[in-house]
Design a protein around this ligand. Structure first.
Ligand SMILES: [Zn+2]
Length: 211
């Protein structure tokens, strides 16, 4: 009999983050959305590539730099041909990279719709003492780990903080307090010590048995 419940949460964004940028046509700050088109420009030996975004009000264009003045020889030919073909997986990778997007836009429109797909790897949810959550995040999302845990486990953020301070909640291989305030990343593992009446409900939520 195992008292450890291991689950995997796969996090995907239903919508890519939208940079809030000043639109000269609208004379106002607007969210910009990408349609997934990449533009590549070769100038002699140098390559530029941009992901195209459009103002959600007037369709005005913003070009998000992906490659800037890179030497042709320094780019993998396969990567370049995928860029030129608007490869969906590559576009998804760039479009969901909120941290890089923040280099160009001070503010992003919050991506509210995040999907969490939960599956049980081992153990059962009846009365576990340890909950182990492994995160799969195929493309970076902008979502703080503590917010995600609070929301999905049905606990308050202060409760999550307290569990971390008491050492009952740990992020493997990281400074837990810092990791909790950062965006959830692929491969992160969180261990939570459970006790009492709460444990079954938390375990049920963690394994997706309860909305
Ligand atoms: Zn506009």
């Amino acid at each position: 009999m195992s008292d450890t419940l291991c689950v995997r949460w796969t996090i995907t964004a239903n919508e890519y983050p939208q940079p809030l940028l000043y639109c000269r046509r609208c004379c106002s700050t607007r969210p910009y959305r990408t349609g997934g088109k990449v533009r590549v420009n070769a100038n002699g030996k140098r390559i530029d590539a941009w992901l195209i975004y459009r103002c959600t009000s007037c369709d005005g264009t913003w070009k998000r730099p992906l490659l800037e003045r890179l030497l042709v020889g320094s780019i993998e030919p396969e990567f370049l041909s995928r860029l030129m073909a608007n490869d969906a997986e590559l576009v998804a990778h760039f479009a969901s990279d909120a941290e890089d997007l923040r280099r160009h836009a001070q503010k992003l429109k919050e991506v509210a719709r995040i999907r969490v797909t939960k599956s049980v790897l081992s153990g059962d949810a009846s009365l576990p003492q340890v909950l182990c959550i492994g995160f799969a995040v195929p493309h970076p999302v902008s979502l703080r780990l503590d917010r995600l845990l609070a929301e999905e486990l049905g606990l308050s953020r202060s409760r999550i903080d307290r569990l971390a301070r008491e050492g009952l909640l740990r992020v493997a291989g990281s400074n837990t307090a810092r990791a909790l305030r950062r965006s959830v990343r692929d491969g992160i593992q969180v261990k939570v010590g459970l006790s009492g009446r709460e444990s079954t409900e938390v375990a049920n939520r963690a394994s997706g048995h309860m909305a």
